[in-house]
Design a protein around this ligand. Structure first.
Ligand SMILES: *Cc1c(COP(=O)(O)O)cnc(C)c1O
Length: 387
């Protein structure tokens, strides 16, 4: 099919949920992608922080194909080796005690929120079901995670919402006010992605972690976007010097196959018992085999390289005309622009660069394997468009 045909059929047969850019991606290598018309694009988006080894990574592909040659799906009525391999790896790398696998970030958060309510119910009974989330947060599209998303614009049309969810500014006093002495959990993204790539202040996150521990309120870190090496450490919370009770992740975890994971640490490890939660596809062996390849390769040396690339990109971007500020952490980069971000994205696309927005900002989340040449090519397009 040529691009016009794809576009026409998309308009005719798909639900109208997405405003798409005028390109159909058909292939590529690492951070250089190819459109249906053969045009090449430098990829500063990696899907949305998903393809962390870019397109067509040989080692990742081999891991996926090897598992496909065995079996593609195993019901959770039975045991599966890729699941246990991945769960052990995640626990050993983070200190988590147990993992629940789902298929997406929203589901990983849904799991965390349900687990927090149960944890509190078993220990304190009713009346402590409140979830506190932060203004500007994004936690997913299921009704519970949508409710926990602290942005009004997502809430139109879909009420009534899940009761007992409150929103706070990123200040401890405001969290305590919102908790009203009856919270079971606070959910945060150390680096808020969707709302503009904002790293939360370290002082706030540390004081919040202490308050949560003192009051037996579970601290949930949503690392769906900022995790899996994106910010230069395996998980972003490591850079905050905190010990969360639950960590959720998804996007980059399997390098481009659907997966979600909810990691339970010491305090929360026994929240669920048999029958409390489940998922047909959760822990799919192909996704888990892909994620084992990802986590295995996110070594300290690899993460140092990511930090180096992030520093390089940030230094260059700071010097560009039209850039008012560079935000975020590591390879999760936000740009505050003088120009309109949507128009900048469209102009970049025209010139062969894929880049994302986050509200009024530009969001740059390339494959972690992006080469210096690819970075330089992308930067030169961006510089041209921004000036
Ligand atoms: C993308 C995202 C989600 C939702 O993940 P899905 O896989 O789309 O359900 C949740 N939290 C954060 C921080 C995200 O960036």
């Amino acid at each position: 099919m040529d691009f016009q045909e794809i576009k026409q059929l998309d308009g005719e047969y798909l639900a109208r949920t997405y405003a798409r850019y005028p390109v159909a991606l058909v292939g590529g290598k690492n951070a250089t992608l190819v459109g249906s018309d053969g045009k090449e694009y430098i990829d500063f988006g990696a899907g949305i922080a998903v393809n962390i080894f870019g397109a067509n990574d040989e080692e990742w592909k081999a891991a996926v194909i090897e598992q496909l040659g065995k079996i593609q799906h195993v019901s959770n009525y039975y045991y599966a080796e890729p699941q246990v391999r991945l769960a052990r790896m995640l626990c050993e790398r983070t200190g988590a005690k147990r993992v629940f696998f789902s298929n997406s970030g929203g589901e990983a958060n849904e799991c965390a929120l349900k687990a927090a309510r149960k944890y509190s119910y078993m220990k304190y009974g009713e009346g402590r079901s409140r979830i506190v989330s932060l203004k500007g947060s994004f936690h997913g599209r299921t009704l519970f995670t949508l409710t926990a998303t602290g942005q009004e614009e997502f809430h139109r049309y879909f009420g009534p919402f899940i009761p007992d969810v409150a929103y706070a500014a990123p200040e401890l006093g405001d969290v305590v006010r919102a908790a009203q002495g009856r919270a079971c959990a606070v959910i945060i993204e150390c680096v808020q992605g969707e709302s503009g790539v904002n790293a939360l202040p370290k002082d706030f996150v540390r004081s919040l972690a202490k308050w949560c521990a003192d009051n037996d309120v579970l601290l949930i870190c949503d690392e769906v976007q900022c995790g899996n090496g994106r910010c230069g450490t395996l998980y972003a919370y490591e850079q905050y010097g905190i010990a969360p009770d639950i960590v959720t992740t998804a996007k980059g975890l399997a390098g481009g196959l659907p997966i979600g994971a909810c990691l339970f640490f010491e305090r929360a490890q026994d929240a669920f018992s048999a029958g409390d939660h489940g998922s047909t596809f959760g822990g799919n062996p192909v996704s888990c085999a892909a994620a084992v390849n990802v986590i295995t390769r996110l070594t300290p040396e690899f993460l140092l390289e990511v930090q180096g690339k992030a520093a390089y990109l940030r230094a260059k971007l700071k010097g560009f005309d039209g850039v008012k500020a560079v935000t975020g952490l590591g390879m999760m980069i936000g740009l505050v622009l003088e120009k309109n971000a949507k128009q900048v994205v469209a102009a970049c696309l025209e010139k062969g660069l894929l880049v994302l927005t986050a509200h009024e900002r530009l969001r740059i989340v390339p494959p972690l394997t992006i080469t210096k040449t690819e970075m330089d090519e992308g930067l030169s397009v961006l510089k041209e468009v921004l000036k």
